[in-house]
Design a protein around this ligand. Structure first.
Ligand code: B16
Ligand code: MG
Length: 220
């Protein structure tokens, strides 16, 4: 089986939950907004928003309740203002364990590297983390219309890298991201618990527990 698989020429990384953990800041920003608006919101609710766009997150928080578009825009802007206050505090020490080593090792092997995040703040986050230079292509919340679980963002980044989708491996921490990768015809490394990422092709707790060689062996 292994022999018939296409070669691996690119690694594409999700941002939140893979390169750094901005989920806590998203949580605190949504929590503040929900408290102010009298909407119910918990950590467990926040976990279901992982990888979803800002708009899809708000729709989920509203649980189907109708809201005029203008009001939705106001709430999304306020949440983002709260979130961006936290982003200013991000430094290279906020890289998740093993990320720097993994990116350096992959680059050394000549693997093309890309980033694919649902976040409209992704470029600022990777600037603050000082990892922008690793990525030859960066797809963010502005790059495509249809967000994960649609395959569009991963396909967009693969196109920018000039690598066919079948030769790309995605690194994801969200179920929506695993679905998106498979819909794009890509292999996917899940980073996180099996309850959330059971559909990934292979699973690790985080990048500190995996090497580039191990991924190439397992999925190549
Ligand atoms: P923004 P990822 C996602 O990032 C987050 O996981 C998700 O919680 C957030 O709602 C989304 O970005 C949009 O972020 O409000 O900054 O545009 O995991 O795709 O890197
Ligand atoms: Mg993520």
């Amino acid at each position: 089986m292994g022999l018939s698989r296409p070669p691996i020429h690119a690694f594409v990384f999700d941002l939140d939950g893979v390169i750094t953990d901005t989920a806590e800041y998203h949580y605190l920003a949504w929590q503040r907004l929900c408290d102010e608006e009298g909407l119910s919101f918990s950590r467990a609710d926040n976990d279901t928003l992982r990888g979803l766009s800002r708009r899809d997150s708000l729709l989920k928080i509203l649980k189907g309740a109708a809201m005029p578009e203008e009001r939705m825009e106001q709430l999304m802007t306020r949440k983002n203002d709260y979130y961006r206050d936290f982003l200013r505090k991000i430094t290279p020490t906020d890289l998740l364990p093993g990320v720097g080593e993994f990116l350096r090792a992959a680059r050394k092997k000549g693997i093309h590297l890309g980033l694919a995040s649902a976040s409209k703040n992704a470029k600022d986050v990777i600037e603050n983390l000082q990892v922008s230079d690793f990525f030859e292509a960066v797809g963010d919340g502005y790059s495509v219309v249809n967000s994960k679980p649609a395959p569009d963002l991963f396909v967009w980044v693969a196109g920018r890298l000039g690598v066919p989708p079948a030769e790309v491996v995605i690194f994801e921490d969200a179920e929506a991201g695993v679905e998106a990768a498979h819909a794009a015809g890509m292999r996917v490394v899940g980073l996180g618990p099996i309850e959330r990422l059971g559909k990934a092709d292979i699973l690790y707790p985080g990048l500190e527990s995996v090497t580039v060689e191990a991924v190439l062996m397992a999925l190549g």
